[in-house]
Design a protein around this ligand. Structure first.
Ligand SMILES: [Fe+2]
Ligand SMILES: [Fe+2]
Length: 277
């Protein structure tokens, strides 16, 4: 269970650390320990935004899972990235992470200390008026269909959450702003504006993604929702004096008092009626 910091009269704060694109290989076990120790010391939850492995090999995932288990006792939420698909063993990779205690989200949601997390990998297709449309060859239509499917999964996951605060976890970017800096030619492969619609519709509190290693660390959706690109190499470049993870504090409002049971309400009404007679 994550620790939470009480804020008298204002609810609690959940400290969320986010990190993407670790690209863990099998060659250097223990390399992540200094970073993960800082995460463990400063956060209540860790979010992993995909590209967990270099080539999507289960041995790479086992290396990462061992690193996480050695250093992290707080809850971990994660999504797969495109690298996990490279070897066609993404289901094994996912299971290794689940066995290592990571809540892997693929159109699912979970709640941690009053904050909801919804996750999907996402997909490409490009942004805004230049987004790819399902037109022409069947392959083009399938490409767009993949982004539409991921968007529907994200919306369904968000719809299941009943928490006052929701966080979305993606690998691909839902907005253009956080991929700026990458070559223009590859923008359509870095994310899709289609993913933005459910984020706005469900008034998500924050969005984390990775994948665009040379993008920008922050942007906002058209509704003003903060979007954080947490690709590890990007954070190292932008914030060289800090450990390469993003930490945000999420205020969790106090739980609403439970509704008065209907029977009690009726009893009170009858008591008032009795008094009046
Ligand atoms: Fe990556
Ligand atoms: Fe990626």
């Amino acid at each position: 269970m994550a620790a939470v910091t009480p804020q008298p009269g204002r609810g609690t704060v959940l400290r969320v650390a986010a990190l993407g694109d670790v690209h863990c290989g099998v060659g250097s076990p223990g390399a992540l320990q200094p970073l993960l120790a800082k995460v463990a010391a400063g956060a209540d939850v860790l979010v992993l935004c995909g590209d967990l492995t270099a080539y999507g090999q289960p041995d790479e995932a086992r290396t990462l899972a061992r690193e996480l288990m050695a250093a992290i006792k707080i809850p971990i939420v994660g999504v797969l990235g495109n690298h996990e698909y490279e070897s066609g063993r993404q289901d094994e990779v996912r299971q290794v992470m689940v066995d290592g205690g990571v809540r892997m989200l693929d159109g699912e949601a979970c709640e941690i200390n009053g904050v909801g997390f919804a996750g999907v990998k996402g997909f490409g297709g490009g942004f805004d008026r230049r987004a790819l449309e399902p037109w022409g060859e069947p392959t083009m239509k399938r490409f767009v269909h993949e982004a539409v499917e991921e968007t529907l999964k994200l919306g369904a996951a968000l719809a299941r959450l009943r928490t006052a605060r929701r966080i979305a976890v993606l690998h691909y970017s839902p907005i253009r702003a956080t991929v700026v800096g990458e070559p223009l030619e590859i923008f359509p492969f870095l994310g899709s504006s289609r993913l933005e619609e459910p984020l706005n519709r469900y008034s998500v509190a924050a969005v984390f993604h990775g994948h665009a290693h040379n993008g920008q660390p922050e942007g906002r959706t058209s509704a003003g929702i903060p979007v954080y690109n947490v690709a590890m190499s990007l954070l190292q470049r932008h914030y060289p004096a800090q450990p390469p993870f993003r930490l945000i504090e999420m205020m969790v409002p106090p739980a609403a008092p439970p509704p008065v049971p209907a029977e009690t309400a009726r009893t009170r009404e009858s008591l008032v009626a009795d008094d009046g007679r």
